[in-house]
Write a new protein. Structure first.
Length: 211
């Protein structure tokens, strides 16, 4: 089974690429969605979030994402410490969930699955994938998208970007890069081309993959 990693910076359009691939028939797991589900349903995680951030960040259906983001993204040592604590609480559970999903898909003899993770390189997961695809877009485009999507200020977007590896470094390490600075049609074409290439590659678990 081929295992593809999909990553990129804030506002590059990773979620749109994921939807294009799903429509193509790919099985794609989103780390952000998995994290949201865990924070909504895992009582141990909710208890740890409650102890760390207070009752106001919890809702019956999950968490108040905007409030939580305001606590962990910022310039102070306290912000950085709380972000590290949040990652410590949630990321291991997300990784466990995805490892189980990979095994389930392997048992079903799925030919290919993909996992989308904004922090794939930051948490050094790249060696676990056969190929990594980075979604890229111009910086100003990413800022505008993030501001519009999350209804946050440019300063808040810049703070969140500062917590991630520079996109130039991700592009340099990637096996494939999808540029998303144009139209949706252009993105669909670029994503489809990369998907077709990956689909033609042999399964690294049974054959030697091309260099």
């Amino acid at each position: 089974m081929k295992l593809i990693g999909i990553t990129g910076g804030i506002g590059t359009g990773k979620s749109t690429v994921v939807e294009i691939l799903r429509k193509r028939g790919w099985t794609v797991y989103s780390s952000d969605q998995t994290a949201k589900e865990i924070m909504a349903t895992d009582e141990e995680v909710r208890s740890e979030l409650l102890a760390t951030f207070g009752t106001e960040v919890l809702t019956p259906n999950g968490i108040d994402a905007k409030l939580l983001a305001s606590r962990v993204f910022g310039p102070t040592p306290e912000h950085h410490a709380l972000l590290a604590k949040l990652n410590q609480i949630v990321h291991p559970r997300v990784l466990d969930a995805h490892m189980q999903a990979i095994e389930d898909e392997r048992e079903k003899e799925s030919p290919l699955i993909a996992i989308e993770s904004a922090l794939l390189y930051e948490v050094e997961l790249e060696e676990g994938f056969d190929w990594v695809v980075v979604v890229n877009a111009p910086h100003d485009v990413c800022v505008k998208r993030a501001m519009s999507r999350s209804s946050i200020s440019e300063q808040d977007v810049q703070r969140r970007m500062a917590e991630q590896m520079p996109i130039e470094e991700k592009r340099g390490q990637a096996d494939f890069v999808i540029e998303n600075g144009g139209t949706l049609q252009e993105l669909e074409s670029a994503t489809t081309l990369i998907a077709m290439i990956l689909e033609t590659f042999p399964d690294p678990e049974t054959e030697e993959a091309p260099e």
